[in-house]
Structures are given as structure tokens and as C-alpha cells.
Ligand binder design. Structure first.
Ligand SMILES: [Fe+2]
Ligand SMILES: [Fe+2]
Length: 294
């Protein structure tokens, strides 16, 4: 049976009370609506602010990107100018020392190839490639009477020749260019030896910067393969034997063991570089006299 009590009780609410309840609910709803509208307005305001901030940020990002690209362009131009300086300095040093252009290019190639084999990345290996040509630039500071002397040097003259890494380092010092700083490091240390018996500072082991160790190995290989006033050109096999087993002037302990091990594995690459890069046509030396002492 249907319960009619509720119906009877609703019917019992007086009309005035009902109206009051309705009015109260209506005003409550109006308040909610007002709150909601305010909330919506605030959110829309926030959203507009966010959009405007976003647009500003995008504009800043575009400006920054443009500034960064302009800076990059300037840096590239500056590095190009430095590289140009390097070429000119290298040319200047060749007036003093008949070190050939081919020798200089080969030393760059040996150093980069070996650098890649021992794990340097392409950029670092390329930096060494670009900086290596200046390894003997300090020879411009050595008097002609010593540089161009025929026959053996005496002790005092050798002492002067052994200053060329210091002259080179001084010549290249103080530049903000990474290229010239690397070149300075290499010029200063390319006659240091792993066992501490090199010059000018007698540095030992890893105290010698890697660039110096790489160039020293390539420079030694190339010097052995090349004719000098005091020695004939040696074959690749004889050169490897000397570097890996030693003779009266060159010993395996002079080289960074990791580099010498890498050289043992890829020495044929050195031979290929030596054969591929022959003397440039501008080499003044026709009879092998006056070639540089490394
Ligand atoms: Fe050299
Ligand atoms: Fe040198």
C-alpha cells in the first residue's frame, strides 16, 4: 500500500515558507553564479597573462637565438682570423727553418689520426690537427748563424736551439683563442719525453699535455723518415723498429705508452700519410742541406 504521509506533510508546508525557501535558494544560486563568474573572470585574466608571458618568452627566445647566432658567426670569423694568423706564423717560421710544408702537414695528420685512435672526439682531434703546424714556430727566435749552420752544432748552440719551445710558447701566449692556446701548449711541450728526459722543462708522464705527446710522436716518426744533413731517410720498417725497440737517440720510454701501443697497431696509417703527402713544390731545398733539426 502506498505511503501518503510525505505527500500529506508537503502539502502541509505553508505557501509563505515555500516561497521563503525558494527565494533563499535563488539568492544562494545567484551568489554561486556571481562567485563562478568572478572565478571565470579571474581565470580568463590569468590565461590572458599566461598567453602574454608566453608570447614575451617566445620573443626573448627569438632574440636570444638571433644574438647567439650572431655571436657564433663572430666567433667563427674570429677563429678563422686566428687560423689565418697561424698559417702566417707558420710561414714566417719556415723562412728561418727549412722545415717543409709537407712535414708540417704530415705532423698534423699523424697527430689527428693517433688522437682519434686513442679516443679523442672529432672536435678535439681537429683542434690538435689545426694547432700542430705551429709546433716549431719558436725557431724564429733562434739566430740564423745557428739555424743555418752546416755541420754539427756545439753545446752552446744546442742550448740555444733547445729554447725554441719557450720562444714559441711566448709568441703564442695570452690569446683568448682555444686554437692558439692549444698551439702554445703544443709548441711548449713537443720536445718533452714521457720519461722526463726531454726539454725545455723535463716534464714527465701526464704532466705533458696530450697535444704535446701526440705531436712529439708524429714529429719523431717524420724526422726519422726524412733525410737530414746528419742522417739518411729511413724506411717505414726501420723507423718503427727504432721507435718500438729504441736506438742510441730514440727510446720507447720517450713516448706515452698508450700512444706507442696505438702506434704499434696502426703504424701503416703513418706510412700511408708519409707516402701521400710529399714535398710541396715550394720547398726551397734541392739538395737536402739546411733541413730543420727537430
Ligand atoms: Fe717538426
Ligand atoms: Fe721542435
Amino acid at each position: 500500500m502506498r505511503d501518503t504521509r510525505m505527500t500529506s506533510s508537503t502539502r502541509a508546508v505553508p505557501e509563505n515558507d515555500l516561497n521563503r525557501q525558494l527565494r533563499s535558494a535563488k539568492s544562494q544560486l545567484a551568489l554561486y553564479a556571481k562567485d563562478l563568474k568572478e572565478l571565470l573572470t579571474r581565470e580568463q585574466g590569468k590565461s590572458r597573462t599566461l598567453e602574454s608571458t608566453n608570447r614575451q618568452l617566445q620573443a626573448y627566445a627569438r632574440d636570444l637565438k638571433a644574438a647567439w647566432q650572431a655571436q657564433e658567426q663572430k666567433t667563427r670569423e674570429l677563429e678563422k682570423a686566428y687560423a689565418d694568423t697561424v698559417v702566417r706564423l707558420t710561414l714566417a717560421s719556415r723562412y728561418k727553418d727549412d722545415e717543409t710544408g709537407a712535414h708540417i702537414r704530415r705532423v698534423s695528420h699523424y697527430s689527428k689520426t693517433l688522437a682519434l685512435v686513442v679516443g679523442l672526439d672529432e672536435d678535439d682531434a681537429q683542434l690538435i690537427f689545426d694547432a700542430a703546424p705551429m709546433h716549431d714556430v719558436g725557431k724564429v727566435g733562434i739566430p740564423d748563424m745557428i739555424m743555418q749552420k752546416r755541420g754539427p752544432l756545439d753545446e752552446r748552440e744546442w742550448a740555444v736551439v733547445k729554447q725554441h719551445p719557450v720562444f714559441g710558447a711566448n709568441l703564442l701566449a695570452g690569446s683568448p683563442s682555444l686554437l692558439l692556446e692549444t698551439a702554445r701548449e703544443i709548441a711548449f711541450t713537443h720536445h718533452e719525453r714521457w720519461d722526463g728526459s726531454g726539454y725545455p722543462r723535463g716534464l714527465r708522464g701526464e704532466a705533458i699535455p696530450l697535444g704535446g705527446r701526440l705531436v712529439m710522436l708524429g714529429d719523431t716518426y717524420d724526422a726519422l723518415r726524412s733525410r737530414r744533413p746528419y742522417k739518411p731517410a729511413l724506411s717505414h720498417e726501420e723507423t718503427c723498429r727504432i721507435m718500438l725497440d729504441g736506438n742510441d737517440r730514440t727510446q720507447p720510454r720517450h713516448f706515452d705508452p698508450a700512444l706507442l701501443e696505438a702506434f704499434r697497431e696502426m703504424h701503416r696509417e703513418f706510412d700511408r700519410i708519409f707516402s701521400d703527402i710529399r714535398e710541396a713544390p715550394d720547398v726551397p731545398d734541392a739538395n737536402g742541406e739546411g733541413w730543420g733539426r727537430t
